[in-house]
Design a protein around this ligand. Structure first.
Ligand SMILES: [Zn+2]
Length: 370
């Protein structure tokens, strides 16, 4: 059972029936969003039983666009710990503890369950590594799904090893993440291949980071949630989770959403400073944090909306600041990859006060030699 009403373009508002298989708006190429019937969702989350049940990704199923819960593709993602920092008021949401070592598994369980529902058998993905590793693992679980990965050559070699371990096919692309993305789009045109990646179904799964944070804090919002931006899908997912919990009456105020990008790849931070609703892509992005090295964020416009709507802010951090944050996290017992430490670097740079949740998005073993 799902409570989807339709798919809508976030940029121009074009509407598509719920069952349409679509990756970007056919009118303006803008990012899509999934629209639900919240009155229906409310019926499934009433009472203390929902609130107090064990925290897992699939606990929040009424908010996902999946019809058949008996056929979901899962590796028991989510339910990651929210660890208090030695720094007062700070908490780390340790996403490195997901099945493939990053938050991507939350999106992938939804995306791959959808792939199985629609009977797709051939999928492609552009990835700097973490998404690929996650999709490769879940494609292996799904059986009969052949997955091909287009990876820019700058991505960490360790990540290819992980993708290969799950049986994925790898095509290396000389160029940027966007070049790799264009290769998958060509494949879709030519062969009808299903595209996995930062598309609407994945975003719906990444909402669970937000649901869990609120649940773990006893159904109360922190003052701020700090999130790194690669494609902007995660930060919008966290924002949408807050919005949805507010709509159904489980949250009484929105936390500030705060975005962090690497200085060598910060189109959203620049747009935010200039108070713009759209952004200019960075042609040659450069940072040690390969997981957030996306110069033209697919969901950048949605990310900006999340910042404005919650009175949040955006900050860029240097590679040096990322390394320093990574070291500090290590001293608290958390080993994060550079992209995974970026949010902490941003929180420290801004000197955030109050109750602050920092998303540590990927495990350090993902990228140990940078
Ligand atoms: Zn559009």
């Amino acid at each position: 059972m799902t409570h989807i009403l339709r798919i809508a373009c976030f940029s121009c508002g074009a509407k598509y029936p719920a069952e349409t298989i679509i990756f970007e708006c056919a009118v303006c190429k803008g990012p899509l969003d999934i629209i639900y019937n919240y009155e229906e969702i409310k019926k499934h989350i009433l009472g203390d039983e929902f609130k107090s049940s064990r925290i897992t990704h699939w606990k929040y199923w009424p908010f996902y666009p999946i019809h058949d819960l008996s056929r979901i593709v899962t590796l028991h993602e989510g339910g990651t710990p929210l660890i208090p920092s030695q720094k007062k008021g700070y908490y780390f949401k340790n996403e490195g503890l997901n099945p493939t070592g990053s938050f991507k598994d939350r999106g992938t369980t939804i995306e791959m369950s959808h792939v199985v529902e629609i009977g797709a058998t051939d999928i492609a993905c552009a990835t700097t590594g973490n998404m690929g590793a996650s999709i490769a693992a879940y494609a292996a679980r799904a059986k009969d799904v052949k997955a091909t990965f287009y990876i820019p050559t700058f991505a960490s070699k360790i990540k290819y090893v992980q993708i290969k371990a799950y049986g994925g096919t790898i095509v290396l692309v000389k160029g940027t993440y966007e070049d790799a993305l264009n290769r998958t789009k060509e494949l879709r045109k030519k062969k009808g291949t299903y595209l996995t990646g930062d598309y609407p179904y994945r975003g719906e799964g990444e909402k669970s980071v937000g649901f869990e944070i609120i649940d773990q804090l006893g159904w109360r919002a922190p003052d701020a949630i700090v999130c790194p931006i690669g494609n902007g899908t995660l930060i919008y997912g966290v924002y949408k989770a807050m919005l949805e919990l507010s709509i159904v009456g489980l949250l009484d105020r929105m936390p500030k959403i705060i975005a962090v990008q690497a200085q060598g790849c910060s189109p959203i931070v620049k747009a935010f400073r200039e108070k713009k609703k759209t952004f200019t892509a960075v042609k040659s992005p450069k940072t040690i944090a390969s997981a957030i090295n996306c110069g033209n964020p697919v969901d950048g416009v949605k990310a900006l909306h999340a910042l404005y709507d919650t009175h949040g802010t955006a900050v860029s951090v240097t590679d040096k600041e990322i390394r320093a944050a990574q070291k500090l996290l290590g001293r608290e017992g958390i080993y994060a990859e550079p992209g995974g430490a970026a949010a902490y670097a941003g929180a420290l740079k801004l000197g955030l006060k109050g109750q602050v949740v920092i998303l540590v998005t990927g495990h350090g073993l993902k990228d140990p030699f940078v």
